[in-house]
Design a protein around this ligand. Structure first.
Ligand code: DX5
Ligand code: ZN
Length: 223
């Protein structure tokens, strides 16, 4: 099996030194960018200027890191072009946030970007089935979206296993991403359940620095 990839979330980083916080995780395969609108989720994070800054940093570093934009916004179809223009490589939309998830996926792909769909913890897996053959990534939320630093919901293991089985049954090569409360204590079990990408905010950008946080996760996955 291919090694599990990591997606540090800049939501947990120190924005007074964002460039260095991104540089610290340059070896991770993805950089996770959480956009919240205060409507779909009860919090507001950041938008285009921060994504553009992350893109400039990534480009200046010359790394191959994928800018993975997680949209927690109502009716994301209004802004897909703008997020593509601001530098996203991959755009993930919540199935609960739009009446037109299929059209969103089509649009993202027409923009030449990787398309992802994401499920809240209370949403049945069946909700993504109709788009599974046309997405590059499926994200299973392991907390209710809106805030970093929340506790991992253990029901996620079963959902990841079931989604992995569904993807295998369809012959899909989409990435299976998990987001929320991922730490060195649950990373290995999530990989074993079938996750291929783990998002991690607080457990990367912890007190002892992002390099150490990333290393702890890598060690846990290898161990
Ligand atoms: C939550 C966001 C997550 C968040 C994860 O709404 O989608 O990506 O940054 O943070 P941790 O890893 O601290 O749970
Ligand atoms: Zn996220």
């Amino acid at each position: 099996p291919t090694p599990t990839k990591l997606a540090p979330s800049i939501l947990a980083s120190d924005f007074t030194r964002l460039g260095r916080e991104i540089e610290a995780v340059r070896t991770a395969e993805y950089l996770h960018v959480d956009v919240m609108d205060g409507l779909f989720v009860p919090n507001i994070s950041f938008g285009f200027p921060v994504l553009e800054a992350a893109r400039r940093t990534r480009d200046a570093l010359g790394s191959a890191q994928v800018l993975d934009v997680h949209l927690m916004i109502q009716s994301p179809e209004r802004y897909l072009q703008a997020f593509a223009d601001a530098g996203a490589d991959s755009i993930t939309v919540h199935v609960e946030s739009t009446a037109h998830v299929h059209r969103c996926v089509q649009t993202i792909r027409e923009l030449g970007k990787r398309a992802g769909v994401v499920l809240n913890p209370g949403t049945p897996l069946e909700a993504v089935r109709p788009v599974l053959d046309s997405v590059d990534l499926v994200l299973v939320m392991s907390v209710n979206p809106g805030f970093g630093g929340q506790s991992f919901l253990p029901q996620t293991y079963g959902r990841v296993q079931a989604l992995r089985a569904l993807l295998d049954e369809l012959g899909s090569r989409a990435e299976l991403q998990v987001d929320g409360g991922v730490t060195a204590s649950n990373a290995r079990a999530l990989a074993d359940a079938g996750a291929s990408v783990l998002v991690a905010g607080s457990s990367v950008y912890g007190a002892d620095g992002a390099e150490a946080g990333l290393e702890r996760l890598r060690a846990a996955l290898a161990g």
